[in-house]
Design a protein around this ligand. Structure first.
Ligand code: FE
Length: 208
């Protein structure tokens, strides 16, 4: 007995459940392993790298270095990919990174309106909300409101907000302002003040 194939099942239009997506991923993974395109070890290693090794702590280190080394900061703003490579940071989804600097008059934040492009080498994998249509569409239209309502982060009206739309070609991230009262702190101490959200532009750095 065969099913008619010319009419789409009504379920085809429903959003896919997490379980369904997971099942598809698993199926793809086993086909690729069967065909010898990939190994289980490689998949495990890849997951391990992005779960435990690559993350915002790397970006925080870059920011702390930029706060303490003006020459490095200059290189970072000129070519973030190259400057990060000096510290051994780079790789997948970070081939073309651009760092934008927050100042007393300009606040930057990043978004990917199309999907979820994000600088993996310095920030790790994107948080869930970054991938949601609500953030992606509203952040470009009403950033001040989104920052206040969704993140509890107030940007004074006197400060201009600039939104940077990342793509597969260009991945932006933010160099936050060095917090007040941090004179004489070491790079390591400074790095501990840098939050992931401050490098996305949706939250402050920690207070010393
Ligand atoms: Fe994207």
């Amino acid at each position: 007995m065969s099913q008619p194939t010319n009419s789409p099942s009504p379920q085809a239009t429903l959003p896919r459940s997490q379980a369904e997506i997971a099942a598809r991923v698993k199926a793809l993974e086993s086909i690729m392993i069967d065909k010898g395109l990939m190994t289980t070890e490689a998949v495990d290693r890849f997951a391990e790298i992005y779960e435990n090794e690559v993350g915002p702590q790397l970006g925080a280190g870059v920011v702390a270095k930029a706060w303490t080394d003006p020459e490095f900061k200059k290189r970072l703003l000129e070519d973030a990919t190259k400057a990060c490579a000096e510290l051994g940071i780079g790789g997948l989804q970070g081939e073309d990174m651009v760092v934008v600097e927050n100042t007393d008059t300009v606040h930057n934040a990043i978004v990917c309106t199309l999907c979820s492009c994000y600088p993996w080498p310095t920030l790790g994998l994107p948080p869930n909300w970054y991938k949601q249509p609500a953030y992606r569409s509203r952040m470009v239209r009403e950033p001040r409101k989104v920052l206040r309502e969704d993140f509890g982060y107030d940007i004074p009206d006197s400060v201009e907000i600039r939104i940077w739309d990342s793509s597969s070609e260009m991945r932006y991230w933010v160099l936050p302002k060095r917090p007040e009262g941090t004179d004489g702190m070491s790079e390591k101490e400074l790095a501990a003040l840098v939050t992931r959200d401050s490098m996305i532009g949706v939250g402050p750095t920690r207070r010393p």
